[in-house]
Structure formats: C-alpha cells, structure tokens
Design a protein around this ligand. Structure first.
Ligand code: PRP
Length: 192
C-alpha cells in the first residue's frame, strides 16, 4: 500500500502540501511578531517561547512550525486521551505529562485539530493552573461543526465549517494516514 493508493481513498485533497507549508510559514511569522520584543522572544528569566505539542496528531505540524521560527524556541510534548463510550461526554485523561514545570514560561500549545473543544478545555485548565507567564493556543485546523466547548483560539491555520472526516498531516483514521503531507477528506467507504 503506497501513498498514491492512499490518495485514491480521498474524496478531496482539502489542503495540499504547498498550501499547508505556506500557511505554516505565515503562522510562524505572525507568532514571532506577536512574541518578539526587541527582536527576541523570551520570558523575564530569559527563557525562550515553549511550544507544547499534543501527541500524537500535532507532532508533524509542531515540527514544521518550529523550523520556521527565526527565534529560539523550546518544545515539550503532552499526551491526553478521551475516555471511551459509556463515560461522561468530553472526559479527558492525562496519558503523559510535560517533562518540566511551566511556571513563569511563555507557553504556546500546538494542536493539529480542535473539534468538540473538550481536549483543549481540559488542557487550558491544566496549563493555566500551573501559572505560566502566558498561555496561548495554536491549531492548524479549527473544525467548527461539532464544537461543544468554545475556548479562545489565538492562532488558527484553517477554519473548517463542514463536518468532514479529514486525515493526513498528523491526523489519522485507525492510525493510518498520519504521514501524508497533505490533508484530505476520506471517502466514506474507507471508514468502517
Ligand atoms: C485529536 C486532536 C486533538 C483532539 C481534538 O486527538 O489531536 O487533541 O483530537 O478533539 P476534541 O476537540 O474533540 O477534543 P486524538 O484524540 O484523535 O489523538 P491523536 O492526536 O493521537 O490522533
């Protein structure tokens, strides 16, 4: 099964590799401008902006974004999981926490997609309770159709109005498609 055969499973390529990379560059540039004071973004103790990627979907986006910053950044990773059926809607559990404390740090949370908003709400509460100097949210895709919890999103790459099943560029269906360099809509016959 090659990547070409994966492409045949898409009803549409929503965001091509070029479109994504251009947008990632723009986002990095906007974020840099916003964080930069005197040409260098760092907190009061001199520590650079800390990117926090949410495993596993955000990995590819965060790596591309990190490469586009003309300023030093650090990064860390966190992993959360939604509870399965039969639990309260939106219940989220921590699977892997950050390596280091974030108190006093400028933190930018990096997500591939915000859907219902439950994951983000959980993370926002968890992060702000740790007293960072600032906490902002950046997502590549902001999917509006199924939003249950609305939280301010500081940086959004693409807004998606319709409820399509999208995969690629970090996003999976049954763990497949994450390594596609584009984002596509998966044909219904490939969704079990
Ligand atoms: C995705 C995505 C977000 C979350 C958003 O992760 O990366 O973390 O879902 O959904 P929500 O707004 O409805 O809470 P997923 O649980 O699919 O795990 P993955 O990143 O490992 O694919």
């Amino acid at each position: 099964m090659g990547l070409l055969q994966f492409e045949e499973r898409m009803s549409e390529i929503l965001f091509s590799e070029t479109v994504i990379q251009d947008r990632v560059r723009e986002m990095a540039s906007q974020i840099t401008k916003d964080y930069t004071a005197n040409g260098y973004a760092k907190d009061v103790q001199g520590r650079p902006l800390l990117l926090v990627g949410v495993l596993r979907g955000a990995l590819m986006f965060m790596m591309d974004l990190a490469k586009r910053f003309p300023i030093p950044v650090e990064y860390d990773l966190i992993s959360v999981s939604s509870y399965g059926n039969g639990t309260a809607p939106g219940a989220v559990r921590l699977v892997k926490d950050l390596e280091k404390p974030i108190e006093g740090r400028d933190v930018l949370l990096v997500e591939d997609i915000i859907d219902t908003g439950y994951t983000l709400e959980y993370l926002r509460r968890s992060f702000t309770a740790r007293n960072p100097a600032s906490f902002r949210i950046c997502t590549l895709v902001n999917k509006m159709a199924r939003r249950e919890v609305s939280t301010l999103i500081d940086y959004s790459g693409f807004s998606l109005e319709q409820d399509d099943f999208i995969v690629g560029y970090g996003m999976d269906y049954a763990e497949l498609y994450r390594n596609l360099p584009y984002i596509g809509i998966l044909k219904p016959e490939h969704i079990a």
